[in-house]
Design a protein around this ligand. Structure first.
Ligand SMILES: Cc1cc2nc3c(=O)[nH]c(=O)nc-3n(C[C@H](O)[C@H](O)[C@H](O)COP(=O)(O)O)c2cc1C
Length: 205
């Protein structure tokens, strides 16, 4: 199985989302030696934000792109290739200000590409990544179990929408909270529950 493992926390050893995505991969390696892992650390290599030339390039027919456009699109093309090459995405994802970290948003702006990850058809837009699956391990500082907080979540609805747009609808969210602004006891419980959920998920793969 080909896996694209993505982390995006700006923290390193102390990062909960990195530890849990690593735990997922560790469990998977223990169970199945037949896995190939491509690792992408968006905090180390944050994709560039779209530029005017990038935008000109993505909407220009591929055979008419200038060398400058091709150069500007090269990083995006490589990221799309890595997405297309994998069968399963395992993503460690902290919540920042109720949504995804900005490096992950830049990643999205690079991989949502007409003619590559979605295409126009006579019946409308069609996503390409229909045969892929994703596991998103989303750590949050606050307790989101109450409706008042749950309604402020702009991360899960956003990811469902944008990944759905490019055909990726088989997404399993493992939401881990509260890991920060609460008691040590609740934090430990949240991490333990996430590890159990990950183990069960890996078992089912
Ligand atoms: C810039 C920033 C913004 C954050 N915003 C939120 C938030 O909106 N909601 C929340 O529950 N936690 C928020 N947190 C807490 C993180 O989501 C939480 O600590 C998470 O586990 C961090 O992931 P990491 O340990 O992998 O770095 C924020 C943390 C940072 C650094």
């Amino acid at each position: 199985m080909k896996i694209l493992h993505i982390d995006c926390s700006v923290r390193n050893e102390e990062s909960d989302s990195r530890q849990l995505s690593g735990y997922f991969l560790g469990q998977l390696r223990d169970k199945n030696s037949d896995i190939l892992v491509d690792y992408l650390d968006l905090a180390v290599t944050a994709p560039r934000h779209p530029s005017p030339l990038f935008i000109e390039g993505i909407y220009c027919p591929p055979d008419q792109r200038t060398p400058e456009m091709l150069e500007e699109l090269a990083e995006s093309d490589t990221l799309v290739d890595r997405m297309l090459d994998a069968e399963l995405y395992v993503i460690g994802m902290p919540m920042y200000n109720f949504t995804v970290p900005s490096n992950f948003k830049a990643f999205i702006d690079n991989i949502v590409r007409a003619g590559r990850t979605y295409r126009g058809t006579s019946t409308g837009i069609e996503g390409v990544l229909t045969d892929k699956r994703a596991v998103i391990i989303n750590t949050r500082g606050v307790d989101f179990s109450q409706e008042k907080m749950a309604s402020m979540d702009q991360l899960q609805p956003y990811l469902k929408t944008i990944f759905g747009f490019i055909g990726l609808t088989d997404i399993h969210f493992i939401n881990v909270y509260p890991v920060k602004f609460s008691s040590e006891e609740l934090r430990n419980k949240a991490i333990l529950n996430a590890q159990k959920e990950i183990a069960a998920m890996v078992e089912s793969l």
